[in-house]
Design a protein around this ligand. Structure first.
Ligand SMILES: [Fe+2]
Length: 493
């Protein structure tokens, strides 16, 4: 009998969905720009079976991949589980075998030593293949159109890391997938790798280095000349795992580091810069001008993750968890180890920042993000564990300082935006933004399509689902011309 815990992680707005299926020609409202042909993939965690433990984390769920396929003004929907090794073992057993989030000591003996990954954090197309990603395990390869799973990859036997980031970037000049891994030699190790993978799927660069301390290295920055690693103290130890505590705990006593690795260099060329304790996770973009490196990230004064609590028992402080886009400047040639400049870029409180990805590694002008205003009314069931509600889409023009927002209303929440260029040749920021809008009162989701330069006007078109998708994490757009088999996939449509 399926019994899901009656906890914040599995009830109210985080109620499990567990649904696979197809909808051809979704119900639309407004206009879906007919020039958009391609796919928007996104992923959310959704436990296939009720978890082994009632205190399981929401993001320990199996990755359920959604595909919105845009074709000449119409949109189709497809959703399938990423069939990880874990998913297949549990499906064969008919129950959960893997235990707590990143704690193999809690697994059923029958699956000890197996890859624990859930592929639930990002869905990213590279070289015509869909990568379903979770940072504690290798990249899982899927077909971007059928969503069939091919399995984990080690890039032709050349990659020796046990893990692969959920936040790779694409170098707009070489087309290489630029990535990294942490805990690369095993759980809790300080070993990291920097990697570049060609469009043909060949590992063309691999540099091993050690982080100053083990922590959740969830994202990173890439510039034309440097890879940039932020070390923020969501840390862990074997003692925590043996005690059955959440894998990560936030340590306010440790400093933050920013590591610069020249992309053409080696581990001996890595330089670490230091900053007093703070919290940040996602990276909007990074770029460099000579030896000066700029790194844009939403920064909060203290821990933003209540599910990874303070290691010394301090209570979670929502006021200190408010994050604002911030630009860090460091100079690779500086003799000191301090940041050169820390500059708040906006008054908008937010997270999940994105850019026009064609401008990754370069000095970007535009950014989009989710903005939180907890003072506005909310009619949804249950509370957010963090107390922070993503209720606005936000836009920033870093050249003019113009910023704007769109409120999704008291019945809704909004998920990470993704920029879609009007065409491959369109200038930076000319196009659309897609974002899922979840009505948590009437229980349906719709994919909103916004004019990227006028998000404050609300969606120009909406593709409507007859049910609500569970809260998800990340998603990406892929142009039809980058999807082998696109024409055949349309069949007689
Ligand atoms: Fe993320």
């Amino acid at each position: 009998m399926a019994h899901f815990p009656n906890t914040l992680a599995f009830s109210g707005i985080l109620k499990p969905l567990r649904f696979e299926g197809d909808i051809l020609d979704m119900e639309l409202e407004g206009v879906i720009p007919p020039e958009l042909n391609g796919t928007f993939h996104r992923v959310h965690p959704d436990q296939q079976f009720a978890p082994k433990f009632d205190n399981d984390q929401f993001f320990n769920g199996d990755g359920l991949i959604a595909q919105f396929r845009f074709r000449g003004g119409k949109v189709d929907f497809k959703q399938r589980y990423a069939q990880t090794d874990k998913f297949k073992l549990e499906r064969a057993a008919g129950r959960a075998l893997f235990g707590a989030y990143r704690n193999p000591a809690t697994d059923d003996p029958s699956v000890q030593g197996r890859i624990r990954g859930t592929a639930n954090t990002n869905a990213y197309v590279h070289g015509g293949k869909l990568l379903a990603l979770k940072e504690d395990s290798p990249a899982l390869v899927m077909d971007p159109l059928t969503l069939a799973t091919h399995g984990y990859t080690d890039w032709g036997g050349t990659c020796h890391s046990q893990t692969f980031t959920a936040h790779p970037k694409t170098d707009p000049v070489t087309g290489n997938l630029v990535a990294f891994s942490y805990a690369s030699k095993g759980l809790l190790t300080r070993d990291c790798t920097y990697m570049e993978i060609s469009p043909a799927g060949k590992l063309v660069r691999e540099v091993w280095f050690e982080a100053p301390y083990y922590c959740m290295m969830h994202d990173f920055g890439v510039t034309e000349d440097y890879a940039v690693f932020h070390i923020v103290p969501s840390t862990s130890t074997w003692d925590r795992l043996r005690a059955g505590l959440p894998h990560f705990g936030f340590d306010t006593k440790l400093p933050v580091y920013l590591g610069l690795l020249p992309r053409q260099g080696d581990a001996k060329d890595m330089k670490w810069f230091k900053h007093p304790n703070l919290f940040c996770s996602h990276v909007m973009n990074a770029f460099n001008d000579g030896s000066k490196v700029y790194f844009d990230t939403p920064v909060a004064r203290n821990n933003m993750f209540p599910f990874f609590p303070d290691i010394d028992g301090a209570p979670y402080k929502p006021e200190e968890a408010k994050s604002y886009m911030t630009r860090w400047t460091v100079d690779y040639n500086s003799r000191g180890e301090d940041f050169e400049k820390v500059e708040k870029l906006t008054s908008l409180m937010g997270e999940f920042p994105r850019i026009d990805d064609r401008y990754a590694t370069r000095n970007h002008r535009y950014g989009w993000l989710l903005v939180m205003d907890p003072t506005l009314p909310f009619n949804g069931p249950g509370a957010r564990a963090s107390g922070l509600r993503m209720n606005h889409l936000g836009f920033m023009d870093l050249h003019t300082g113009r910023q704007s927002t769109w409120f999704c209303g008291p019945d809704c929440l909004i998920q990470e935006p993704c920029f879609v260029p009007r065409s491959k040749q369109a200038p930076e920021g000319a196009g659309y933004v897609v974002a899922l809008i979840d009505n948590v009162v009437l229980n349906y989701s719709e994919l909103g399509v916004f004019d990227a330069q006028a998000i404050e006007n609300g969606p120009i078109g909406r593709a409507k689902l007859p049910f609500r998708l569970r809260q998800g994490l990340h998603g990406n757009w892929t142009d039809a011309s980058d999807l082998p088999g696109w024409q055949q996939s349309l069949g007689g449509l």
